[in-house]
Design a protein around this ligand. Structure first.
Ligand code: GLN
Length: 279
């Protein structure tokens, strides 16, 4: 039997979301609130939601109507099959970033690489690499102390040890260690791109993690590139997620900084999205 709540979710969410999105949201919400998957709930003829569960679902619907991202409402999301706590202290992990992390894992040739993630946010890149690359050691920087607290909680929840540092990379030109892999998904959206963005992002996600000045869109890439020139070991690799509008410019910048091989890669949507550079 189809629980009435499924029809209710559909009718309440229809003006805001596509059918496909509603299906995904319904599964996430039911799993979160009742602990059962969509199919399990259908299979149990006598499945009955408690009043508390129904109230919880009503509250979720109200927050979705206020355009809050589902990941913040539920407080969690998955990234390459690992579970992360998420809230307004850090960006919600994006599918493109999963592609970046998979590329790093495939590219790694070192037995026990020392990895640095610059601008770690909720920690998804650092923690996933730490968990999936055997023997790796991982450090992570962020300018936002509150993001580091969230990332620390995520590292503990995923049983990975990460050295976290409260660092503004724009002011940090030197470091007393060198690394085999440096990775960053820094702020890369220009303020002028705001007009095309959704309220779900603009009203809830931290602007400090997203935006960069229109006058200097490669600011972070320039600083991190210079930092990596000094702090990458021989055969070390630098990985970036980038703004799709600046593929060629980012490659040119890194070459001018002295990186020998610079590879530009597209994401699954066909946009220039990632760069790998070696000294
Ligand atoms: N990809 C993110 C977005 O589209 C931006 C991530 C970033 O600025 N590093 O909102």
């Amino acid at each position: 039997m189809k629980p009435a709540i499924i029809a209710k979710l559909k009718s309440e969410l229809t003006p805001l979301f596509s059918n496909r999105e509603i299906q995904t949201l319904t599964s996430l919400i039911l799993e979160h609130v009742a602990g059962f998957s969509y199919t399990e709930i259908f299979a149990k003829d006598d499945f009955c939601f408690s009043n508390e569960q129904l109230t919880a679902i009503d509250q979720i619907i109200a927050r979705l109507k206020a355009k809050e991202p589902i990941q913040y409402i539920l407080g969690e999301t998955d990234f390459l099959k690992l579970r992360f706590w998420v809230d307004e202290r850090a960006l919600i992990p994006r599918p493109e970033t999963e592609e970046l992390v998979s590329w790093i894992i495939e590219s790694n040739e070192k037995e026990r690489p020392y990895i640095l993630d610059i601008g770690t946010g909720c920690g998804c890149i650092a923690i996933t690499l730490g968990q999936k690359i055997k023997g790796s050691r991982v450090s992570a920087f962020d300018i936002a102390l509150e993001a580091l607290h969230l990332a620390h909680k995520n590292a503990e929840a995923n049983n990975v040890f990460i050295n976290f540092y409260h660092i503004n990379i724009l002011k940090q030109a030197t470091w007393d260690e060198t690394f085999d892999i440096i990775v960053s998904n820094p702020p890369y959206v220009r303020h002028s791109e705001k007009a095309a963005m959704d309220a779900t992002v603009l009203d809830y996600e931290p602007a400090i993690a997203l935006f960069v000045s229109d006058d200097d869109p490669l600011l972070f890439y320039r600083h991190i590139g210079l930092f990596a020139q000094k702090h990458l070991n021989e055969n070390g690799q630098l990985f970036f997620e980038i703004n799709q509008a600046f593929g060629k410019e980012t490659v040119k910048l890194l070459k001018s900084q002295g990186f020998k091989t610079v590879e530009l890669r597209k994401d699954l949507s066909g946009h220039d999205r990632f760069v790998k550079a070696s000294k």
